[in-house]
Write a protein that binds this ligand. Structure first.
Ligand SMILES: Cc1cc2nc3c(=O)[nH]c(=O)nc-3n(C[C@H](O)[C@H](O)[C@H](O)COP(=O)(O)OP(=O)(O)OC[C@H]3O[C@@H](n4cnc5c(N)ncnc54)[C@H](O)[C@@H]3O)c2cc1C
Length: 401
C-alpha cells in the first residue's frame, strides 16, 4: 500500500512555491487581474528561477528531475494564489513539455525541451479552433507536405499563452481524405515557432476570467514548418493530443484543488470576522455547512489527484483516474467558489475580496481540457465497457526516484 506523507523533497518544494507565490505574486494579483495584465517577468522569471518550468523533466533535459507529485503540489500551490499561474504549469509543463519528453525525437528534445525546461522558452498547446472544441475531429487546420517541409494553414482559438509562448504543439490534418471522413488517424502534431513566417496572434477579446493570464488566438497563413518538427509519426496527432491532455488534466485537477483550499481559507477567515444577529457568521449552521463542504471537497480532490500522480510515478496508465480527478476537482471548485462568494455576502460580490476572482477563474477549468459533460460521459463509458484505454506507442516515463 502507499503512504500519505510527503517526502522531504516534496515538502520543501511545496513550501518554496507557497512562499514565493505569497511573497511575489499575491500582493500584485488583484491589480494585475483588474488591469488584465500578465506580468511576464515576475511570473515566468520567478517560476523559471524556482525550476517550476521543468519541474518533472529529467535533469539530462534541463529540468529539475522531480516526481509527478511535485508537479501536482506546485500546481495546487500556484492556483491557491491565482489560476493564471497554474495555467502555465498546465500548458507549458503538462501539455507541452511532458508530451515532448514522451514523444519527441532526441533532436526535438535538445532543440525545444531543454530550453523550455530551463525556462528560457515558453510553450503552448493548440488543438481548439473557432469551430471545434470538444469535437476535436472538426478542426480545419491542415498541413500539406512539400519536400522537406509542411505548409500549415488554419486558425486556433482560446489558446493559453497565445501571445506569450515561443512555440506551440499544433494539431493539424495531414490526410485530407481522412479529414473528410473524420478519421482521426489523419491528424498529426507539429512544433510551430512564433517566429515562423505567416504566424500571427492576438488576445481573446472580452474574456471575463483568468484576467491576469494570457489567452488568445493565432493564425497560420502558409506557415512553413520543417519536417523534423513533426512530433511522432504522421497520423499520430490525435493520440498525441490525447496523451497531452492526460498530463494537462492532472495539473488542472491539482490546481482546482488549490482553488478549493483558497475558497475554504478565505471563507473561514471571513466567517470569524463578520457578525450577524449578534454572533460571528461562522456560528450559523448554514454557513458551517458551506465551509464543511469545502473541506470535504478539498480533501477528496487532493486524494484523487495524488492517486493520479502516484500512478504517473509508477509508470501506470492513468487516463481514467486523471479524468476523474479533473472532473471532480473542477466541479467542486465551482461549488466552493460560489459558496465562498455566498459566505462573503455583498462583499463577495466585489473585487475588494479575492473570492469574486476565484468565482470568475474557476469556471474555465470546468470547460477546458474536457468539459464537465465530456468527463461525465467518459467515466460512464469506462463503467459500461464502451471505453477502454489501449496502450500508446510512447508512454510517460515513470519518476526516477
Ligand atoms: C480560459 C481557456 C483557456 C483555454 N486554453 C486552451 C489551450 O491552451 N489550448 C487549446 O487547444 N484549447 C484551449 N481552450 C479551449 C477549450 O479546450 C475548449 O473550450 C473546450 O475543449 C470546449 O470546447 P468549446 O468551447 O468549443 O465547447 P463545445 O465543444 O462547443 O461545447 C459546448 C457545450 O456543449 C457540450 N457538449 C459538446 N459535445 C457534447 C457531447 N458529445 N455530449 C454532451 N455535451 C456536449 C459541452 O460540454 C459544452 O457544455 C481554452 C478554453 C478556455 C476557456
Amino acid at each position: 500500500m502507499i503512504g500519505f506523507d510527503l517526502s522531504d523533497e516534496q515538502r520543501l518544494l511545496e513550501q518554496s512555491v507557497r512562499e514565493w507565490a505569497a511573497r511575489e505574486v499575491a500582493p500584485h494579483i488583484a491589480e494585475d487581474d483588474r488591469q488584465h495584465h500578465f506580468d511576464r517577468d515576475r511570473i515566468l522569471g520567478g517560476m523559471a528561477r524556482l525550476g517550476l518550468l521543468g519541474i518533472s523533466i529529467p535533469q539530462e533535459y534541463g529540468g529539475a528531475g522531480m516526481d509527478y507529485i511535485c508537479l501536482g503540489l506546485a500546481s495546487e500551490e500556484l492556483e491557491y494564489v491565482d489560476t493564471s499561474l497554474r495555467v502555465i504549469m498546465s500548458v507549458h509543463g503538462g501539455l507541452n513539455c511532458l508530451t515532448l519528453l514522451a514523444w519527441g525525437t532526441e533532436e526535438q528534445k535538445q532543440r525545444y525541451l531543454v530550453p523550455q525546461a530551463q525556462g528560457t522558452r515558453v510553450a503552448g498547446y493548440a488543438l481548439t479552433e473557432p469551430g471545434a472544441g470538444s469535437d476535436a475531429r472538426a478542426i480545419q487546420t491542415t498541413a500539406v507536405k512539400k519536400g522537406d517541409r509542411y505548409i500549415l494553414n488554419g486558425e486556433k482559438s482560446w489558446i493559453s499563452l497565445a501571445d506569450v509562448a515561443d512555440n506551440f504543439l499544433v494539431i493539424a490534418w495531414t490526410d485530407t481524405d481522412k479529414k473528410q471522413q473524420r478519421d482521426p488517424s489523419g491528424l498529426s502534431a507539429f512544433i510551430v515557432e512564433r517566429t515562423f513566417a505567416g504566424f500571427s496572434s492576438g488576445p481573446m477579446k472580452a474574456k471575463w476570467g483568468i484576467l491576469a493570464g494570457n489567452t488568445g488566438w493565432f493564425k497560420l497563413d502558409d506557415v512553413e514548418v520543417p519536417a523534423e518538427n513533426l512530433v511522432g509519426k504522421p497520423g499520430e496527432g490525435f493520440k498525441i493530443a490525447m496523451f497531452a491532455l492526460d498530463q494537462g488534466r492532472y495539473t488542472v485537477a491539482a490546481g482546482a484543488t488549490g482553488l478549493i483550499r483558497a475558497c475554504r481559507d478565505a471563507s473561514v477567515k471571513y466567517a470569524k470576522e463578520r457578525h450577524a444577529f449578534g454572533v460571528e457568521i461562522g456560528q450559523h449552521q448554514l454557513v458551517k455547512e458551506m465551509i464543511a463542504q469545502m473541506e470535504s471537497d478539498y480533501q477528496a480532490a487532493r486524494l484523487l489527484w495524488m492517486r493520479s500522480g502516484w500512478m504517473k510515478n509508477e509508470g501506470r496508465r492513468n487516463t481514467r483516474e486523471t479524468g476523474l480527478a479533473k472532473w471532480f476537482a473542477t466541479v467542486a471548485s465551482e461549488r466552493a467558489a460560489g459558496d465562498a462568494v455566498q459566505v462573503h455576502g455583498a462583499n463577495g460580490y466585489s473585487d475588494e475580496y479575492p473570492v469574486g476572482r476565484f468565482y470568475r477563474n474557476c469556471k474555465g477549468a470546468v470547460i477546458y481540457e474536457g468539459t464537465r459533460e465530456i468527463h461525465k460521459l467518459m467515466q460512464a463509458d469506462y463503467l459500461l465497457g464502451y471505453r477502454t484505454d489501449r496502450p500508446t506507442r510512447c508512454e510517460l516515463p515513470p519518476a526516477s526516484q
